[in-house]
Ligand binder design. Structure first.
Ligand code: UD1
Length: 455
């Protein structure tokens, strides 16, 4: 995010890091890690401030490239943002634009979620189609169909989604919406739009992710009437206007899960807080099945104990409360070093196994059959030059590097910076050996080798 006490719109746009992370593996980690605010909750809540004609203050906003980018998108609409530490003051009183620029939305898929609150607040929204990304095509048809059901006129022209409340009507209309799949983004877009609609909106087969519930709690704090958040049926009774609020984002369950795997893969003792262990049910259960010892001494604290031999286990990614797709790559790194064979089925995104090739470069034994990866544990991984293909793949490669013998050179760090708040710094504090280098000063020979292997 932006430095303290400066306004987001006065800063140069965040530059993706083109450097390389050197990781020297096989250090034991030890100590406590503070978990940051949840990326996916913060991004949705930032979009949600568009609903509000008064200033809002958000606390526990993680310091991430994605959050800075969402700030840029809001700023482009006339919103004023001021950052102070992990607090963001967002003033959406004067929305001066209803069209989001392609260059910004293209870099942050979640910024498409502004379409719901922007339309509900000002009656018109033009947001570019975000397009596919490294993990799949990621269409937005549920968002569009839901807004149409609420009376919006929506058409797509020249890559731009044009949405408007037709005629002299000022508000969207409550509607009964069934989602073919419990999409997180579609649930959030439609829930936000429904807060200011006329009448009642029922969203069936809604996403139950904790971040959806956090967004609902934020909206409720602003005066929205929402029931059923965190269940499959969301009921929103529209109100004419919302009011400003101060709100604290929940801890990031995926960051916490990634650190649990960091502890498990390096056979270390770690403590994490603040966490909401209920949000990590599937992750903790899988780790325990593998033989990892995890305790919860106090409600928002997790303690992980070093465990030696870990056992293979099968994983299927599913919507919450199932096993999160955002933890699949990290578990693949861990299962690569466990006893026996595991089947990992990725069912949420169609193209989220690209890290397999990189883990194999480090000596992992993985075969892919369709959307299933068969991982056979090996006694040791070896450090190698590797490239992150998406956000969670970047975390998986850091984890593999921590466990591997020798040096790993990780490229594609902009993926890591998109979604982790100083993961490197946090790992170094507990004993990890790693260093960010400019490409020029790093091991050129190794990098050239990666390029050749990738073609
Ligand atoms: C969110 C999370 C992401 C997480 C994902 C699934 C944010 C900012 N990102 O992404 O980290 O991996 O949930 O837990 O919160 N789909 C459609 N049509 C639509 C919308 C979605 O077919 O209109 C499909 C997608 O292609 C995908 C599946 O539904 O196969 C789930 O996607 P969705 O839950 O919408 O993910 P996001 O909200 O984009």
């Amino acid at each position: 995010m932006t430095p303290e006490n400066t306004s987001a719109n006065q800063l140069p746009p965040p530059q993706p890091d083109t450097s390389v992370l050197e990781i020297w593996g096989q250090s034991t980690l030890e100590g406590h890690v503070r978990i940051s605010g949840a990326k996916n909750a913060a991004l949705a809540i930032m979009a949600g401030t568009l609903l509000c004609p008064q200033p809002c203050r958000l606390h526990n906003v993680p310091s991430l490239l994605d959050a800075a980018r969402m700030g840029e998108v809001l700023t482009s609409l006339g919103v004023k943002i001021h950052q102070s530490g992990d607090a963001l003051d967002i003033d959406a009183r004067h929305i001066t634009q209803f069209q989001a620029p392609y260059e910004l939305v293209n870099r942050l898929r979640a910024s498409f979620f502004i379409i719901g609150p922007l339309l509900a607040r000002v009656g018109v929204a033009q947001v570019p189609l975000p397009g596919g990304c490294a993990i799949g095509a990621r269409p937005v048809d549920f968002h569009v169909r839901g807004l149409q059901a609420m009376g919006a006129e929506v058409h797509i022209k020249h890559g731009m989604v044009h949405a408007a409340i037709p005629g002299s009507r000022q508000r969207l209309q409550g509607a009964k919406i069934y989602l073919d799949y419990p999409s997180v983004g579609a649930t959030e877009t439609l829930m936000m739009a429904a807060t200011l609609a006329e009448g009642e909106t029922i969203i069936e087969n809604a996403a139950q992710e904790p971040e959806v519930e956090d967004l609902a709690n934020f909206c409720r704090a602003m005066g929205a009437r929402i029931r059923g958040a965190g269940t499959k049926t969301l009921i929103v009774s529209g109100v004419p206007q919302l009011h400003g609020v101060e709100y604290t984002v929940i801890p990031d369950r995926i960051e916490a899960g990634t650190l649990l795997v960091a502890g498990a893969i390096t056979r270390s003792n770690l403590q994490l807080s603040p966490v909401i262990p209920e949000h990590l049910g599937a992750v903790i259960s899988k780790l325990q099945t593998m033989g990892v010892h995890i305790e919860r001494p106090t409600p928002n604290f997790l303690q992980l104990h070093a465990s030696d031999a870990l056992q293979a286990t099968d994983i299927e990614t599913l919507p919450y409360p199932g096993f999160p797709t955002d933890m699949q790559a990290q578990f693949m790194a861990l299962l690569s070093l466990s006893n026996g064979s595991s089947a990992i089925a990725e069912t949420v995104f169609e193209n989220r196994l690209r890290h397999v090739a990189e883990l194999k470069r480090m000596g992992a034994d993985i075969r892919i059959k369709g959307n299933i990866a068969i991982v056979t544990g090996v006694p040791q991984l070896s450090g190698a030059p590797v490239t992150a293909t998406d956000l969670r793949a970047s975390a998986a490669l850091v984890l593999a590097g921590l466990a591997a013998e020798g040096k790993t050179l990780l490229r594609g760090l902009h993926h890591l910076d998109r979604g982790y708040d100083n993961l490197e710094g946090k790992l170094k504090q507990i004993g990890a050996q790693m260093k960010r280098q400019s490409e020029d000063s790093s091991d050129r020979a190794g990098l050239v080798q990666t390029d050749v292997a990738a073609t």
